[in-house]
Design a protein around this ligand. Structure first.
Ligand SMILES: [Zn+2]
Length: 80
């Protein structure tokens, strides 16, 4: 799992099962910027909707970050 902020490597600081939703919660921390975030790992067998939604959200966030980065780069180029 890469950091949502800087796309750096992350490590798992804590991991615990969530019985209610049969999933695993992981607290992760970025090695690069020390950003902390939480992920939920869920069994996808028989869960056709939940996993798709998560995947869609993840790629949406990635696209948003990429466009933000290119905007920031453009802004930087204009200043110099
Ligand atoms: Zn980071």
């Amino acid at each position: 799992m890469l950091c949502p902020k800087c796309h750096g490597r992350t490590w798992i600081a804590d991991s615990r099962p969530v019985r209610k939703s049969n999933s695993t919660m992981r607290r992760r921390r970025c090695k690069g910027c020390m950003y902390r975030f939480t992920t939920y790992e869920r069994v996808s067998v028989g869960v056709s909707h939940g996993n798709c939604t998560y995947q869609g959200a993840a790629s949406h966030v990635r696209r948003a970050l990429t466009s933000l980065e290119s905007l920031a780069r453009e802004a930087g180029e204009m200043e110099s």
